[in-house]
Design a protein around this ligand. Structure first.
Ligand code: SAJ
Length: 446
């Protein structure tokens, strides 16, 4: 029986040992899906503290209950390790490690290279390796394949290699690892077949594509699509500001079109670990081919400009009160990168706060999901949203519109509210003024 058929048989009868490298918001849910499908799963992570916590039945990932980790550890279906030699037991290895951008906006492939090297040191014939980390097109073929073949393993015959983009949206109550369609693109048809068979054991829908480059580009198209469309509505907000039209009313009315339109909303900029970063992987790759990806760069330029647009609105609002930003007391409401989560990564609130403080404002923040954070070497602590805190602010700026905040109370008590998320649209007029991201008075959405 060929190595391919042996591996397919082990996948089919669940005797394959599944490895997941990187136990974060992508790797841990995936590892547990395989364990629930009946496989023995070994999760590898370089962090001893992550490994220790998981082995004691504690989850560090918001969408993964600790009870589930404890159950699968106890059932000996899942174990976590920081010992790379355990990779020698694995018949399948999914890699879900970070792919951040360096300060120069160039890809930082350090984690992927470290994982690939560890696998190269411990891999044996008959194994399938799947890269899930978002990366530039060509990574699987140009970086991963040589690492495996340097170990004397022929991809497509001795080992099998594919790319399958992660599509995890942390906190999403509807879409999760199991029910989100899974794209799979292998170096060879056998690679695609094996990787597809593996994921089909635990995920609802598998979408095979013809190459890893196709799969790599699917992910980049998905997230570049968002970045560009967010950039478009952010520019439309600037346009509406200059025309004195309410951008939110324009978008809500456009969204009544039952076809050919998809609603995006303007805001203070874009945050998170995906949308601000992923498109730059494609831009970087195209630069190496002497092509400038204009949409990606333009969207990034406009989205990155939004914190300054917000600070300009604050400056104008204070100016109306004959106040300078310098010396004013500003209360920022919501600092997480989007509503109802606690993640601060790349949050535009950090830029808004930094710009205001640079102009001499005394900035406090309140965020029910973020009790404190460190930035620029010092610690910021969330203040209680007391009447006094709201009243004493020269301006309150809604940067992230968490659902749990009582915006009517804010509007009732604040002197000035700068609303960058249309969180005040349905409220009755309060004591102070409301300044929308696009100058016209806010309008009550239907
Ligand atoms: N944002 C806007 N206007 C919008 C949408 C988003 O300003 O219309 C801002 C958000 O406030 C945030 C940033 O953009 O700061 C990113 O928001 P996001 O909704 O794209 O959320 P993310 O970063 O959590 O993106 C993830 C992505 N999932 C994966 O990469 C697997 C993305 O593909 C999902 O479409 C997105 O979640 C989602 O739909 O929630």
């Amino acid at each position: 029986m060929s190595l391919k058929d042996q591996l397919l048989a082990k996948i089919d009868n669940r005797t394959a040992c599944i490895g997941v490298v990187g136990l974060g918001y992508v790797g841990l849910p995936l590892a547990l899906e395989f364990a629930r499908a009946g496989f023995k799963v070994i999760g590898y992570d370089v962090s001893d503290s992550v490994v220790k916590a998981l082995m004691s039945g504690k989850s560090h990932i918001q969408d993964v209950p600790s009870a589930e980790v404890a159950r699968l550890v106890k059932a000996r279906k899942f174990e976590a390790t920081a010992d790379e030699s355990r990779m020698q037991e694995m018949d399948a290895i999914s890699i879900a490690v970070p792919t951040p951008l360096a300060k120069t906006r160039d890809p930082d492939m350090g984690y992927v290279i470290a994982a690939a090297d560890a696998i190269g040191r411990n891999c044996r014939p008959g194994v399938v390796v799947i890269l899930e980390s978002t990366t530039y097109p060509g990574t699987t073929r140009e970086l991963m394949q040589p690492k495996l073949e340097a170990a004397g393993l022929k991809v497509g015959e001795d080992v099998f290699l594919a790319f399958s983009p992660e599509r995890v949206d942390p906190g999403n109550p509807v879409w999760n690892t199991k029910n989100t369609p899974k794209i799979v693109g292998g170096i060879t048809p056998a690679c695609t077949e094996i990787a597809s068979a593996l994921y089909a054991t635990c995920l609802d829908t598998i979408v095979p594509v013809s190459s890893p480059e196709t799969a790599e580009l699917v992910k980049l198209l998905e997230n570049t699509f968002r970045s560009v469309n967010i950039g478009l509505v952010n520019e439309m907000a600037i346009v509406c500001d200059k025309l004195g039209v309410n951008i939110w009313e324009v978008i809500d009315a456009a969204a009544t079109k039952p076809f050919g339109f998809m609603k995006f909303t303007p805001g203070p900029g874009i945050g998170g670990h995906c949308i601000p970063l992923d498109p730059h992987y494609l831009a970087w790759k195209m630069r190496t081919l002497n092509y400038k990806t204009r949409f990606i760069d333009l969207a990034s330029e406009i989205n990155s400009e939004m914190p300054a647009v917000v600070v300009r609105k604050v400056t104008e609002a204070l100016n109306e009160e004959r106040k300078a930003v310098n010396g004013s007391r500003i209360l920022v409401l919501g600092v997480a990168y989007k509503k109802d989560i606690d993640d601060m990564r790349e949050s535009p609130a950090l830029d808004v706060i930094r710009l205001l403080e640079t102009q001499g404002a005394k900035v406090h923040y309140h965020d029910p999901y973020v009790p404190k954070f460190r930035e620029d070497g010092h610690e910021h602590v969330s203040v209680a949203l007391t009447d006094k805190e709201i009243k004493s602010a020269d301006a309150v700026v809604i940067v992230t519109d968490h659902s749990s905040v009582d915006y009517q109370r804010v509007v009732d008590l604040a002197r000035v509210v700068v609303d960058t998320r249309n969180a005040t649209a349905k409220l009755t007029k309060g004591k102070g003024r409301i300044v929308s991201l696009a100058s016209a008075a806010s309008y009550a959405t239907a």
